[in-house]
Each structure stands twice: as C-alpha cells, then as structure tokens.
Design a binder for this molecule. Sequence first.
Ligand code: HEM
Ligand SMILES: *[C@@H]1O[C@H](CO)[C@@H](O)[C@H](O)[C@H]1NC(C)=O
Ligand SMILES: *[C@@H]1O[C@H](CO)[C@@H](O)[C@H](O)[C@H]1NC(C)=O
Ligand SMILES: *[C@@H]1O[C@H](CO)[C@@H](O)[C@H](O)[C@H]1NC(C)=O
Length: 553
Amino acid sequence: MLSFWALTALLAVAAWIWLRLKGPRSRLPPDLRGPTPASWILGNQPEVVLSEAGEANRRWKAQYGAVYKYYGCFGDEYLVLNDANAVQHVLKGQTTSYLLDKSLREFLRLVTGEGLIWADEADHARQRRLLSPAFNTPFIKSLAPTFAACAFRLVTQWNQRIETEGDDKGGWDVEAYHWMELLTMESLGLTAFGVKFGSLEGNQHPLQTAYTGLIGSAYSHPSKLSIALGAAVLHIPAFIVHHLQKLPLPGISKFKEAQRVGRKFADELMAKKRRLLETNHVLQDRDFITVLVQAGEKNQKGKLESMPDEEIYNNLTTFWVAGFETATNASSFALIELARNPDMQQRLASELIGILGGAADRDLSDGFSTDEVEQMPYLEAVVNETLRCHGPIHSGLFRAAGDDLIPLSNPITTRDGKLNSIRVQAGQSIICSFDGCNRWEEVWGPDADQFRPERWLRAEAKEIEPDKQCGGVYANLATFGGGPKACIGYRFAVLEVSVFIAAIIRDFEIALSRPDWELGRDGSYIGTIPMERGRWQGGGRCPLRVRRRRSVM
Ligand code: HEM
Ligand SMILES: *[C@@H]1O[C@H](CO)[C@@H](O)[C@H](O)[C@H]1NC(C)=O
Ligand SMILES: *[C@@H]1O[C@H](CO)[C@@H](O)[C@H](O)[C@H]1NC(C)=O
Ligand SMILES: *[C@@H]1O[C@H](CO)[C@@H](O)[C@H](O)[C@H]1NC(C)=O
C-alpha cells in the first residue's frame, strides 16, 4: 500500500516540476531586505525550523528590520511582520482579505470538519455567534471551581507520591509536563463534555483515547528531508487534499476510527441531555455540551432551532484541538519560570495563601471562585508575563486574498530608501510574528526579552498608544491573535492556567529537578514547546523537584 510519505514525495516532485515551469514568482517589493537562502530546495527554512522558537526571527529582525522577507522551500517567499500596525492590519482582515493557506485549510477540514477555524466571512461570523453562549464571560467565570477542583485532584496525587516516593527531606522528582497534559485533558473533559475521565487517577476513558488520537505526534527538529516534505504538503493542490480522506491509508483509517468512537460516545451524551431538557426547562450543568444543546438560532417563525448534534460534536473537536496542547504548554512554561525564579514563587505563594488560606486551613476539593482569582494581581501578572514571553503559538501564517497595502507603525529601511507601508499582491504568504510583537522594546521596554511579572504591576503597562497596538484580543499581546478570528477560548485559557498555577503553588514549593537543566523553547512550525536545550526528542518537558509548602510565611 502507498504510504502517506511516499504519496507526499510523489506530489512533491510534481510540485517541484510545476514550480520550475512557472518560473520565478517574486511578488514583494524587490528592495525589501532579508537573509540569503542556502539553496533553492530548502531556502532559509532549516534556519527557522531548527532554531529555537522565534530565534531566527529575532536575529533577522535585528539585521534587516521589523519587516523583511525570507525564502521557504522551493523558492516560496515569506513576508515577515514584527510591526504592530502591520500585524493589526492582517489580523483584522482575517476571513476577508487575509486567509488561511488553501491546502492547509483542507487539512484542517480533515481534522475538525467545516468548523470555526476553517470557516470564512459570513459563515464564520454565524458560527461565532452561535458558539458565543459557550464563551461568554459569566459562563467562563463559572468554570473556576471546576478547574480548581480538578487541580486539587492533581495536588492530592502529588501528595500521595511525596509520601510513598519522596526522599527523606520530603522532596519528590516529577516530570510535570505529563501531569499538565493530564490536568488539561481532565479539565476539558469536565468543561466540554461534563465527563470525568479519571486520567489524573490513572484511568483511561474511551472518549479521551479517541480525542488524544486526533492530535499528531510532536514535530520537533525535523530532518532536512522532512522539512522539504512538510513544505511539499503545502503544495499539494487543495482539491487533492479534499479527497485524501477517501484514500485507504493506514493513518487515515486509524484517525477515522478515533472519530467514530468519540462520536458514538458524544451522541449518547447529547441524547441524554436532550431527554433531560424535555422534562427540565433549563439544565444547570456547566459544560459546553449542555450550553450548546440549549443554544440555537431563531428561525423565521421566531422559534429557537437548536444546533444539530453533528455540529455540536464537530465544534467540540475543534475546541479540543485548539485548547488542549496550547494550555498544557502555557501552564508548563509558567511552572518552569516559577521553579527557576524562587523570589517570584515566594511572592506568589504569599499572595495565594493570603487569599485562599494555606493547605492546613482550607481544603480545595470544592475548588475556589473567579472572585478569589481576581483578588490576586501577582498571579495575574505571572500568567500575563508567561503568555507574553512564552506564547504557545509563536507566529501565524496567512495568505493575501487580493492586492493590498499594509501600513506600518515605523518606516523600514530598504536597499533603496524608506517605506511607510508594504505593497503585497494576491497570494503572498505572510508570517505575523506573535513572539516578535510580544517582545517589542518600544512597548515592553529594554528588558522585553526578560521574564519579569513585575512589569504588569505598573499602571503605564496598560496604556499603550494606538500606533503601538498589535490588535491582540488580550493585554495588547499577540498571543491569542486578533480580529474576527481571534482565539475564542482566551478567557477560558487564562482562567484555566491561572487556577492550575494557583492550586499547585499554594501547596508545593517547586524547583528544577536538576540545577543544570536549561530551558530550550523548541519552535515547531508555529508552536513553542518547553524542552531541555539541546535535547529535542520526546515532546514537552517540565522536570520539577516538588515538596510540600510550609504554610507559615
Ligand atoms: C494558552 C492557550 C491558548 C492559546 C495561546 C491560543 C491561541 C490561539 C491563536 C493564536 C488563535 C488564532 C488567532 C488568530 O488567527 O487571530 C486561536 C484560535 C482559536 N482558539 Fe485558541 N488558544 C488557546 C486556548 C484555547 C482554548 C482553551 C480554546 C477552547 C476551549 C481555544 C479555541 C480556539 C478556537 C476555536 C480558535 C479559532 C477561532 C476562529 O477561527 O474563529 N483556544 N487560539
Ligand atoms: C459548529 O457550529 C456551527 C453553528 O451551529 C455550525 O455552523 C458549524 O458547522 C459547526 N462546525 C462543525 C465543524 O460542524
Ligand atoms: C493582565 O492582562 C489583563 C488583560 O489585559 C489585564 O486586564 C490585567 O490587568 C493584567 N494583569 C495585571 C496584573 O496587570
Ligand atoms: C505543545 O507541546 C507539544 C509537545 O509536547 C507539541 O507537540 C505541540 O505542538 C505544542 N503545542 C503548541 C500549540 O505549541
């Protein structure tokens, strides 16, 4: 049978011949600066993919300015934007003038159906409207106790391990990344489906198995061949990708089986909710299924038509794909920063114990509320700073739908002079560097590269001139994107990460389990993954030495 990669290789060759025949395709102003590509096949792509997240961009930004171009594989030209106005302009134009790459979009359809990430224009706006009840502020705020009770289950497990596996000083070494995966998964199970997986207690729920199978394996430090194949995938014409699902490839059948299992389980859940809804007018359960089963749109007769089960299910899949790894990686980065900055951890712990009480005074099995979270400015500062320095998605890739003029906050110097805006032509690939915006010195100061939560406690951090705003939905950060396609789950994510960190740091003192352990931020294509510098295998890492916190401070 033809393997997926054999097929890719075949198509890559076809793409190669086709591109060669088409000749050079430069669409950018010729005087725009940027690095020289090493070869036509790979371009500058190895430098981007094999260096740490955002690193190549920082180097090139310093050399060529906030807006420059580089070459991807097969002569593809990328326009890179680190300029606030420019990024804001592109983010605002999503769904109309700046779209997802067509082939990428077809791949997305395979995973999430014709959902929110996939949709454009009117259909996108309609979907956002229909889903809004699941993301409105009061509903999200009501989820804090669920997140907190879940995190307390992790704390309980860790306490047991300290008892049984800890050393005589009460210290226990743990790979916390894996636990953050379980915690995020468990929280999504409860808040999306209203189902307790029991993964923190070592159980494996069929729905969890199905959903875990949806996400591909980590894409760290690929070989040069994989880099070329990865780029070739983007040259597979969209109509072929559209039919990929029908091919008898082993990866695809496994994937479909996962979808079938998940679907069957969710169908039963939804049927149960609908039966309950017939007898009870309003369901009180706090999870997305309940909210969406009750939501809907008024039809012409003014009667509420609820969302079909299939649409609800597919949307939950989208939330899972978009919300699982992102939140896991963000929480792990926060723990790593606190582990290597004991002063910050101490300050946070005092604040937490002041509001929540110490472990000896208050058991958190029923969780705590958003009101309590909102009384902790230092916690907020730590989370904001984590999202600024370690945004789990370091850049966004867009494609210009038509010709356009992109305005700049600061003029750039080209070989021939200065430009106040950049002219782009239809089809141009554009990379918005979220990491670059989040570390812009003009906004964040000369220490923009440093992790320093204290910067958020100054009032002026909140007043940023319009010309310096990147259009981000949260805290003038680009972390959650912006415009009509900004992350719909950002309030969910911020609350979730804050609650996880609060519950863990209130009860444990954490340090890196090896003092020589150095954080390396692996930059897969768009993701930022916490790993050990120089050891780019086996997925995310967060090695901690944990001990019970002494409550008296
Ligand atoms: C720290 C965690 C998270 C980060 C950093 C993150 C980041 C992002 C980014 C950068 C985008 C694209 C924005 C754009 O194109 O302008 C996005 C979109 C999206 N995110 Fe998140 N996200 C996170 C958590 C979540 C969670 C928890 C959920 C759901 C429960 C979620 C659901 C979505 C959805 C559905 C979209 C697509 C929105 C649309 O196209 O209209 N995300 N996210
Ligand atoms: C998600 O829900 C919206 C609103 O009902 C629907 O239009 C859309 O098709 C759903 N997404 C999927 C992937 O089914
Ligand atoms: C964190 O960012 C949010 C969103 O902008 C803001 O409301 C909050 O005040 C920030 N927290 C701190 C401590 O500055
Ligand atoms: C999070 O980390 C995992 C590695 O464990 C990686 O596969 C994934 O791409 C990362 N996700 C994001 C959104 O950065």
